[in-house]
Design a protein around this ligand. Structure first.
Ligand SMILES: [Zn+2]
Length: 184
């Protein structure tokens, strides 16, 4: 595995090391950095009153991409950046309890769910004796899938603020970010 480059901010960098679980490295790395990690007095209410729902993909670095800093926004991530029931639960908390009024959904080109097989995934789960209530969320068209998510969010009364719900697709190869409109 390629070694991570040194972080510009002097943050802790981890190494893939068979002899030591990452979790142990993380704990070790956080030790003695409390002053740097603490956010004394910082409100849990997002400063920019925005929640971002994004795919968990490793190539999406939301903070520099969207110009965010700690304290600015809620970040909700899942496989695909899909508007699942649980994503809506988090967005509902974000708006109803913590005052956000805007949502941005970020999907991307080259997603692991793009072209995946819903049936094969379900068969693998069934072979292990589990029949979850959720579905994988595989898709063939990122724009269309994002459009459906936007439409779902815009009609979700769990969210009191639905006037600013926008969707972007990131291209990890070019760094480009393009907006997708919801289907009307
Ligand atoms: Zn993805």
């Amino acid at each position: 595995m390629r070694e991570e480059e040194a972080g510009a901010g002097g943050e802790q960098r981890l190494r893939s090391d068979a002899s030591m679980p990452m979790a142990d490295q993380m704990l070790e790395g956080a030790e003695g950095r409390a002053a740097e990690l603490a956010a004394p007095g910082l409100s849990p209410r997002p400063r920019l009153r925005i929640a971002v729902l994004a795919c968990m993909d490793t190539r999406i670095d939301l903070f520099p991409m969207l110009g965010l800093a700690r304290g600015d926004a809620h970040i909700i991530r899942n496989a695909g950046g899909l508007a699942t029931d649980d994503a809506i639960r988090s967005l509902s908390v974000s708006q109803r309890l913590l005052g956000t009024t805007e949502v941005v959904v970020v999907m991307h080109d080259g997603c692991g769910l793009h072209g995946a097989s819903e049936d094969e995934f379900a068969e693998g789960l069934a072979a292990d004796g589990v029949l979850p209530t959720w579905r994988l969320g595989a898709f063939d068209d990122v724009e269309q899938t994002l459009g459906h998510s936007l439409a779902r969010l815009r009609s979700s009364r769990e969210l009191p603020a639905r006037g600013q719900i926008r969707g972007f697709v990131f291209n990890p190869e070019t760094g480009g970010l393009r907006e997708v409109e919801a289907e009307s």
